[in-house]
Design a protein around this ligand. Sequence first.
Ligand code: GDP
Length: 443
Amino acid sequence: MFESLSSRLGDVFERLKRRGALSETDVSEALREVRVALLEADVALPVVKDFIASVKERAVGQDVVRSITPGQMVVKIVHDCLVETLGTAEDINLAAAAPVPVLMVGLQGSGKTTTSAKIALRLKTLDKKKVLLASLDIYRPAAQQQLEILARQADVGSLPILMGEKPVAIARRAMEMGRREGYDVVILDTAGRLHIDEALMAEVAEVRDAVTPTETLLVVDAMTGQDAVNLAREFNEKIGVTGMVLTRVDGDARGGAALSMRAVTGRPIKFLGAGEKLDALEVFHPDRVAGRILGMGDVVSLVEKAIGSFEEEEAEKLAAKMAKGKFDLDDMAAQFRQIKKMGDLKGIIGMLPGIGKLKKQIDEANIDNRMINRQEAIILSMTKGERKNPDLIKASRKRRIAAGAGVSIQDVNKLLKQHQQMADMMKKVSKMGKKGLMRHGLP
Ligand code: GDP
């Protein structure tokens, strides 16, 4: 889902190629595009503004971790902010005396009835709850029968249908049956409406007052566009929503609605409907949904992988070397291995957004991979002594190493120069570190 937003951001982040700390200009430019993308994806304007502001605050000046690009870094920050805006995962709240009333509300066709049965099945299977389903939809022909059939499929209880009964009376009867027959949960599926309709809204409010639901779940189709904001606001103001369910995330819907609904109501999205079958109900995972909204879940995991594997594993070893101001060619080779360990570069590039330019990127990745292999080969063609003490490497040794690695002498020089720069940097860092230690270690 949410392709359009993803491809848009993909283009944006491809332009950010430079390394170093993220500058205000970098971030502003990227965020201008993110803003347009979010608006195009139907996220409400105030939500977009807040969101952009918080991303900007966090991104400017942030250091870009070695082995990832600034673009990927911004993706990670945008992703993290999205996760926060989307809220934490929360399970259905059943903390009340049984039978716990759960009210399902939403527009007609949003997937309310299906979701009612899905939740019933989930509660029965995972939580071993005894669940009763009741349809309060007396308007749509066969709505009550539909829920009855779904209840049978899920093998949960359903309230016998009495023709001509009013919604409030049905709700009361359901609660009564729930109490009498020892049900843990009673799920009340209210009548759908095509639009926000005052009369039907008043009816739902009446049902709410009659049963005082522990949960009132607003079911919204993920394909709902800008309307989702009004919808969520209206239902929340008039009925009081405790959670939301986003259905049809298996389709190619836009993600903007989810973001603004959450921001507008402050209510958690509790479940995702991901198909017509009754087991197609997923617990809401903000990180996964954010990844899907951005279409960049893989980039995020790539960044996490990079930070995790590179930073943590090597940091200790490197820190020890740095403390001594040492960085020899073996350390450099270890760095190359680290980069390769992150995965085949081709694979990594393949994970990046911007499918259109994928082909070109893969070609470039090949070159990168070859380059790393070549540099590694140069180091491997050196003797142990040379690797520990690069100063030994004079003209004749360079010729031998170049021949051994199958590269030119310039390539060997380039590598040695690169190493020298890194070693110098290590020395500086080491000195800074010592001063730092003194500062902290001495009173
Ligand atoms: P209601 O009017 O809100 O009660 O909506 P229904 O539960 O009757 O659902 C309307 C249609 O959407 C049905 O054909 C469902 O099978 C389908 N549907 C419901 N949830 C999902 C979902 O998560 N994914 C897909 N693909 N279809 C769904």
